[in-house]
Design a protein around this ligand. Sequence first.
Ligand code: FMN
Length: 337
Amino acid sequence: MANLKTTYLGLELKNPVIVGASNLVADLNNLIKLEEAGAAAVVYKSLFEEQIHLENFELGEQLTQYDDRHAEMTSLFPNMEHAGPEYHVLQVKKAKEALSIPLIASLNAVYDLSWPEYAEALANAGVDALELNFFSQVTDPSLSADEILKQQLEILKEIKKVVKIPVSVKLSPFYTNILQAVHQFTEAGASGFVLFNRFFEPSIDIETEKHHFPWNLSSPADKGLALRYAGLLHGEISADICASNGIHSGNDVIEMILAGANTVQVVSTLYKNKIQYLATILSDLDSWMDKKGYANLCDFRAKLSRKNVKDPFAFKRAQYIDILWNSEKIFNKYKPV
Ligand SMILES: Cc1cc2nc3c(=O)[nH]c(=O)nc-3n(C[C@H](O)[C@H](O)[C@H](O)COP(=O)(O)O)c2cc1C
């Protein structure tokens, strides 16, 4: 039996697999099952300020005006109870009391002033760390990339002034230079990064000619970006790296640690394969380590990071060139015509 212990955001974890924010963790029974299945920590579903405001709208003109947005939030988070931040904070407190593993709260606010206010409320609920969910899809063409980053950095700095617990940032992959953004967030006090958030994109129903919001779980094919940036960032920043999006199996976890991640977050695989599958992920990791003769995660962590790979092009143009060279082979394999 290998030693799977690791640290993340200064927290001692019994293994590297954290359950990411979702509706799954909003149920106390599920939380207990997740802990029993071996979860190292849990991120509670986000406190969405937008949801709170929508809930506060009275029926009438305002609500109709925001119908689309409301539909999006409620279909993404269908079981979310309808109440204010106090209710959410209370649920977080109950979750904390039910668990013996660390609980990380997640926050997605809208207004600059709300971020530190809600962060403080969540910290006071007794959580072990706070994850900032910078979920924003830009619709304003006059806003520059710099302005968006600057605003997020300010939010982080304001939050760091009011909370003592470690703060991580769950990043979108849509930064012009993710590496530079990560460096700036680290300087502003981020203790860790979740790479990456998954956006829910609406589809269009061509019969009703309306938007709809399909249940959009990830697949293992989605893990490429996290793998790449875990590899690029390892050894470059003092903050921890938590890989996320498309991690479905023990093998996926191993890949992320080989690239340089400290921990991973899983959500979709638990929806698809049920909570108990977490135990399988952990036993697959353990068996692989035994087979390879690794006693600890640090024996192989970042073995394939940019700093440690012999081939300096592995993170640059090599894969691209390889694809170009092998394009005929790929063409023959899939024979599109
Ligand atoms: C039903 C559902 C609810 C989610 N709710 C949240 C949330 O409240 N906050 C958040 O940051 N991410 C949320 N996510 C995104 C997940 O935390 C995660 O980033 C994403 O699903 C990618 O990981 P995966 O490939 O393991 O699913 C949610 C995902 C799902 C499927």
